[in-house]
Design a protein around this ligand. Structure first.
Ligand code: ATP
Ligand code: MG
Ligand code: MG
Length: 549
């Protein structure tokens, strides 16, 4: 199935263009700047910007900044960075709902004048109690009958800052018996004495999402306002405001299923809690499902876009397994990442019959299938580092690497035979000894000789010391829900290795450069904590899906 075939919105738009309902389409991505964007937002970004691009329309980036208590300019900046990094561009179409506050206020006065809105003195709790249930109609507020003059006067005084937070709200006067709870006189404005990250201290009252959203869409000429399914029940309210106000356009709302991803959490409230409690190093911690976290982890924009294509856009809620996201980056990096050798748990290997001194240089291809990526030289000498677990004193059945008397090929170099090893007083192997067969140098006829194991290595004298962080899934279970969700954090979500040895070409790697460390996985240079001379690498993903359920 092609990705397009799973996107029902394409058909709607195609129809609208064909039968002349719209000449061009305008979509928008409307984040609230109260956190960093996550992979669920990436789905919405790919959808909205993708549809605009496909049909020659445009997509706006609009900050839905109606609640100053939770919003911050740091979030505004990170959101812009995330959208750009993902590969999308709003051009000159950057908007803020807060820029429409004056217009929204004027329209609210018009609803009051039409008798369709009133100031209510009930507390938030009382309003909730009056709202009723699905089977029981709500109760009207005792303030519902206020006159237009009284409402107008009180609303103006709310704006002027005369009342404390929570003292009053403005509500739409719709229907307290409506089967749709959203139509039981929804709150339009509340009092918040807090400065706003975008419009400063201009306002003491702020519109609710439901009152701001549709009108913002209308002001911007949005044709297709795409949101997640939980807003389906809000659609009649969206329509009600547009029908009762002199808006310049009639956008339409369409809903799609949000992305749910296993082994992580995506609510911004929970992500914020992880940051605030220090469970992660920040919003861009490489274990976070945020776009900035995935970036630091080594995900490419292409891999996230292809993930979004692959999962499609539908109207039924479902869970996507983390392995699908991991597979999308694995496939992308397999194509693009140059290969390199890195020893993460080093132990020395001494080649007894190899001459002391400078050693030699091997030329190794950077990519087995892509000769255009060229090659690099890798120094080789008498003392190397190999992985501790590529040696076993008493090899188990099926172990085809180094063991006393056994031979193995050193990738791109020679076949060596283990002649002995040295242990320290704790019993740990500190050195492995071997001899090499000069006839088996890569490229010589002797190299054809078959050996079962091939291992990677680095020259001890030339190796670069580095820190490598092995990241894994943030949670141990597919659905970390419930009050105790934080107890489900994977205790092994990161392992920091401080004494790794890398082939010297990696000393030149710059921030965010990505590699396949042979036999280990895909790694990238950390964006923040790498320093010249002391590189830090993050493991993006292992070579194969090795998650044990
Ligand atoms: P949260 O509930 O975690 O605070 P939100 O939906 O309130 O998230 P917004 O900033 O309002 O976050 O989201 C901006 C846009 O991204 C909205 O149109 C929303 O529908 C969409 N979006 C948010 N989460 C997801 C998701 N998991 N899958 C798809 N789209 C999403
Ligand atoms: Mg939210
Ligand atoms: Mg929201």
């Amino acid at each position: 199935e092609t990705p397009q075939a799973t996107n029902f919105l394409r058909n709607i738009i195609q129809d609208d263009l064909q039968n002349g309902r719209h000449e061009t389409i305008v979509t928008r991505f409307p984040p609230e700047p109260n956190g960093y964007l996550h992979i669920g937002h990436a789905k919405s970004i790919c959808l909205n910007f993708g549809l605009a691009k496909e049909f020659g329309g445009r997509c706006h980036l609009r900050f839905d900044d109606t609640n100053p208590a939770k919003e911050d300019t740091e979030y505004i900046e990170s959101i812009k960075e995330s959208v750009h990094w993902l590969g999308f561009d709003w051009g000159s179409h950057l908007y803020y709902a807060s820029n429409y506050f004056e217009q929204l206020y004027q329209w609210a006065e018009q609803l009051i004048l039409q008798g369709k809105a009133y100031v209510d003195d009930l507390t938030a709790e009382e309003i909730r109690a009056h709202r009723g249930t699905l089977t029981e109609p709500g109760k009207e507020s005792p303030y519902r009958g206020r006159t237009v003059e009284e409402n107008l006067d009180l609303f103006r005084r709310m704006r002027a800052g005369e009342f404390p937070d929570g003292a009053k709200v403005l509500r739409a006067k719709i229907d307290m018996a409506s089967p749709n709870m959203n139509l039981r006189d929804p709150v339009m404005y509340r009092i918040i004495h807090a400065p706003h990250p975008h419009v400063g201290d201009a306002w003491r009252i702020y519109p609710m999402y439901d009152y701001a959203h549709g009108q913002s869409d209308a002001i911007e000429g949005i044709t297709h306002s795409v949101c997640t399914l939980e807003f389906e029940d809000h659609k009649p309210l969206y329509e009600w405001f547009l029908a009762n106000l002199p808006v310049p356009a009639r956008p339409r709302q369409y809903e799609f299923a949000r992305l749910n991803l296993s082994y992580t959490v995506m609510s911004k409230r929970k992500l914020l809690q992880l940051v605030q409690d220090g469970d992660v190093s920040g919003w861009d911690d490489p274990r976070m499902p945020t776009i900035m976290g995935l970036r630091r982890r080594g995900y490419t924009p292409e891999s996230l876009r292809s993930f979004c294509d692959r999962i499609g856009v539908g109207r039924s809620d479902s869970w996507i397994d983390m392995s699908i996201l991991e597979e999308s980056v694995r496939e992308d990096l397999n194509q693009r990442a140059p290969r390199a050798m890195a020893v993460l748990h080093p132990v020395k290997l001494v080649i007894e019959n190899y001459p002391e001194g400078e050693g030699e240089q091997f030329s190794l291809a950077n990519h087995p299938q892509r000769p255009e990526l060229g090659s690099r030289t890798v120094p080789f000498c008498r003392e190397l580092f190999i992985e501790q677990d590529d040696f076993m004193e008493n090899p188990v059945k099926g172990f085809h690497r180094l063991a006393p008397g056994k031979e193995v090929r050193l990738r791109g170099a020679y076949i060596v035979t283990c002649t002995g090893f040295v242990k320290d007083e704790t019993g740990a192997v500190t050195e492995i000894r071997c001899s090499y067969d000069p006839e088996t140098r890569s490229g010589l006829p002797g190299a054809e000789r078959k050996v079962k194991g091939v291992i990677h290595w680095v020259s001890a004298r030339h190796a670069v010391a580095a820190e490598v962080r092995l990241y894994d899934r943030l949670f141990s279970v597919p659905n970390p829900a419930g009050d105790d969700w934080k107890a489900l954090i994977n205790p092994a979500s990161v392992e920091i290795l401080r004494d790794c040895r890398l082939e010297p070409s990696l000393a030149r790697a710059g921030a965010e450069e990505r590699f396949q460390f042979e036999r280990q996985g895909y790694f990238c240079v950390d964006l923040r904590e790498t320093r010249p001379g002391t590189p830090v690498f993050n493991r993006t993903v292992t070579l194969r899906d090795s998650w044990v359920k």
